[in-house]
Ligand binder design. Structure first.
Ligand code: ZN
Length: 351
């Protein structure tokens, strides 16, 4: 028992000492639960020299088409809670304006810029259809599978093309990329998710996707997961800025909260070192909020929220979509092949 106590002290320092005071009691409680779980798992006593570094894991969540001014105005208690552990910042999408790397403020180009760490002149996705990604620029998921042993991965998404096209699961050009835990395809399941007026079934799908993400993260804890929630963009295309959009942002926040709770539970129970990062793919036009795709300030101005306690100053000077890839790599401690590193357009905001 004495040696178990030494393990407890190490973990207490890691998970309670660095957090803000307001979360101290909450984390202490979770931590004590975790110690009980840990003792049950490890059984026999371990010496202090056997203490291993916390296993690094990451989940990034893209919520569609929410400008920074909207996320800052609408009440989002779950995002606020994540930000209290790490930080909130305004961010940028669209790439360097007036250059070949300029990237439309459109969904699929944004996802590709996140998952490949490159702009559209490299990843070659400039719209949401007629997709012909350049797989020479490895996705985070391919990178995660390139190491030995490969990391476990999860994809929970309201848009199936994220897996089948953008990541290129199972294609020779992606080295037959495999993804371990998948929840998607629901937008094509008209029996399970009957189509409703104004795309309201997409909100139903978002709820299901978020619940699956939380369930799998809690039970399996994949090393790298992507969650994609779409409904906010549908509402804004239909209604523009206004109460319907704000309400959809509120629903989204609750869904993110479910995933955050699953992450917090794993940190407490297993002592894992989790990065959760929530962002959006683009802003919206200033006039109505219904459109996007151009390079106006509101379309380019996005945001990020993360629990990371290793943020460097770059995080607070409007990081770009392409900076997320190297930041997740830094958190996970992944080695990057030289030819992959050479293609990246961003740099890490995580030390
Ligand atoms: Zn979008």
């Amino acid at each position: 028992m004495a040696t178990n106590y030494s393990v407890r002290v190490i973990r207490e320092t890691r998970y309670v000492g660095k957090r803000r005071d307001v979360h101290g009691l909450y984390w202490t409680g979770l931590f004590l639960l975790g110690v009980v779980g840990l003792m049950g798992i490890t059984g026999a006593a371990h010496g202090e020299s056997d203490a291993v570094p916390a296993e690094a894991k990451a989940v990034f969540i893209i919520v569609d088409g929410i400008p920074a001014d909207v996320i800052e105005r609408v009440a989002t208690p779950a995002l606020d809670d994540i930000a209290a552990a790490g930080g909130y910042t305004r961010a940028q999408m669209g790439g360097p304006m007036g250059t070949p790397a300029q990237t439309p403020t459109v969904s699929a180009p944004g996802y590709m810029s996140l998952v490949t760490g490159t702009w559209a002149d490299k990843h070659n996705v400039r719209a949401n259809d007629e997709l012909e990604p350049n797989y020479d620029y490895w996705s985070l998921f391919r990178l995660a599978k390139s190491i030995e042993p490969p990391l476990t991965t999860g994809l929970f998404s309201t848009w199936t093309d994220n897996r089948t096209v953008l990541l290129g699961q199972g294609l020779p050009a992606t080295d037959n990329l495999a993804i371990d835990y998948v929840a998607d395809g629901f937008e094509h399941d008209s029996l399970g998710f009957p189509h409703r007026e104004h795309d309201q079934h997409i909100e139903v799908i978002d709820r299901h996707v978020a619940a699956e993400a939380a369930r799998v993260i809690a039970a399996e804890g994949p090393h790298l997961s992507w969650v994609y929630l779409q409904y906010t963009d549908d509402v804004a295309h239909a209604s523009g800025d206004g109460p319907d959009f704000d309400a959809a942002v509120g629903v989204m926040d609750g869904l993110v909260g479910q995933i955050w709770a699953a992450v917090a539970g794993r940190q407490a129970q297993y002592g894992e070192d989790w990065l959760i990062l929530v962002t959006t793919d683009h802003g919206r036009d200033a006039e109505t909020g219904q459109d996007h795709g151009g390079q106006s300030l509101r379309e380019r101005t996005t945001w990020m929220v993360t629990n990371s306690q290793r943020l460097n100053p770059a995080y607070y000077s409007q990081p770009e979509m392409v900076d997320i890839y190297p930041s997740i790599v830094a958190h996970l401690g992944l080695p990057i092949p030289q030819q992959v590193a050479a293609g990246l357009d961003g740099s890490s905001f995580i030390d």
